[in-house]
Design a protein around this ligand. Sequence first.
Ligand code: PGA
Length: 239
Amino acid sequence: MKIVFARDYQDMSRKAANIVSAQVLLKNDCVLGLATGGTPVGLYRQLIEWQKKDDISFRDVRSVNLDEYVGLPPEHAQSYRYYMNRTFFDHIDIDKANTFVPSGLFQDAAAECAAYDRRIEAFGGIDLQLLGIGNNGHIGFNEPAEDFQMNTHVVDLMESTRRANARFFGGDLEAVPRQAITMGLLHIMQAKRVLLVADGDQKREVLLRALRGPVTPKLPASILQLHRELTVVCSCTPF
Ligand code: PGA
């Protein structure tokens, strides 16, 4: 595990973007596992800047996102497909046909989940998985549970997660969906490299517990301690 302490949000975003950029330079048709949320916005902004300068190209890159809210169509402003398009894909040279976000609209949850796992397997797995971390230790929407959830699955979001994300829904907790579909821990752990970003001291305690505490499904991010190629880039007070 390598932990990089950044000075501030901008420094964190730039350092993390350097790692993603290096991955794309080394393997132009790599499979990126991508994340949403507030933390990676600066990272995406930096990658867009480098792409516009022609320093990097995403032409052959394929991507799989971690998660999506159940019930939100792709054109919904709070859906993660919409986030990815507006925050990143619309501004770079990636072929959107090669970008995948789980669908929050499905008839058969089990079939949708299995198909998402098969897609990742057909890609040969993920080269670099980008992750944020929730205040409750979730990665993707793998919420604290009695067991590690290995496969893509539909999850009931915890109240604390819905509260944390209400800010994206104009502060309206009732508008935040109660369920999500998320990649499980298997494909995250099988990614060749994992890059976890965390901003500020508000994430320091959960990061400490995840990286230095016991490995437990009650804190899903703690499983990352077992990953061979984990890089954490964070802008909290060093520990
Ligand atoms: P955030 O979310 O980047 O908006 O803090 C992280 C997460 O919940 O995974």
